[in-house]
Design a protein around this ligand. Structure first.
Ligand SMILES: Nc1ncnc2c1ncn2[C@@H]1O[C@H](COP(=O)(O)OP(=O)(O)O)[C@@H](O)[C@H]1O
Ligand SMILES: O=C(O)C1=C[C@@H](OP(=O)(O)O)[C@@H](O)[C@H](O)C1
Ligand SMILES: [Mg+2]
Length: 184
């Protein structure tokens, strides 16, 4: 079975929804950022502050190259994974790509919860940073994705239900996975 790859801006729920989706489908879950943190023994913020963004992008590139060779796995990427076309090319080879979106206000609200964990938003006016990065990246997410799901007004479990629905309709899931109808 193909990997299920979640892409999208910071705060759209790739990491949290990805974990829930993997539980639902009983698949392995890999969060690229968490894997980098474990392998490096540092948080993403520490890596950015100590070695700079370019170094982080190299680590991200190498980790994605490795994980893209897995199968049957739910993969949550970091929001900047689309910046390097090689990342997307290798993830698409064995994966179906789902773009999670959210309004700028919701992105701001969700990314404010754990301040200091997203170095690109660690600045006096994070709203402006969000607007600028969204503008730069929107077309990259669009071009990379097979399906889009707006998470703005949805609970994480509703996002998971929607992902399962689109994957099933697209013929990417075999059989029945426990879905809302099974939970009564
Ligand atoms: N659909 C949702 N509704 C409400 N909160 C959410 C939703 N999805 C994620 N969150 C919360 O938003 C924050 C960022 O989510 P996260 O999964 O880390 O996003 P990403 O990996 O895309 O940056 C977390 O506190 C998470 O619990
Ligand atoms: O958008 C980005 O460039 C980044 C997003 C972060 O991941 P999330 O999207 O999971 O927050 C993390 O990879 C790093 O801080 C850079
Ligand atoms: Mg994440």
């Amino acid at each position: 079975m193909k990997n299920i790859v979640l892409i999208g801006f910071m705060g759209t729920g790739k990491s949290s929804t990805g974990r829930l989706l993997a539980q639902r489908l009983r698949r392995v879950f890999v969060d690229i950022d968490r894997k980098i943190e474990l392998e490096q023994g540092m948080t993403i913020s520490e890596i950015f502050h100590t070695y700079g963004e370019e170094y982080f992008r190299q680590r991200e590139r190498a980790t994605i190259a490795k994980v893209a060779r897995y199968t049957n796995t739910v993969i949550a990427t970091g929001g900047g994974a689309v910046l390097n076309p090689d990342n997307i090319a290798c993830l698409k080879r064995r994966g179906v790509v789902i773009w999670l979106t959210a309004s700028p206000d919701v992105i701001f609200e969700r990314t404010s919860r754990r301040r200091g964990s997203r170095p690109l938003l660690d600045r006096p006016n994070p709203r402006d940073a969000i607007a600028g990065l969204l503008e730069e990246r929107q077309r990259l997410y669009q071009a990379a994705s097979d399906f889009t799901i707006d998470t703005t007004a949805k609970k994480p479990w509703q996002v998971v239900d929607e992902i399962v629905d689109v994957l099933r309709q697209g013929g990417y899931l075999r059989g029945r996975s426990r879905s809302k109808s099974w939970q009564g």
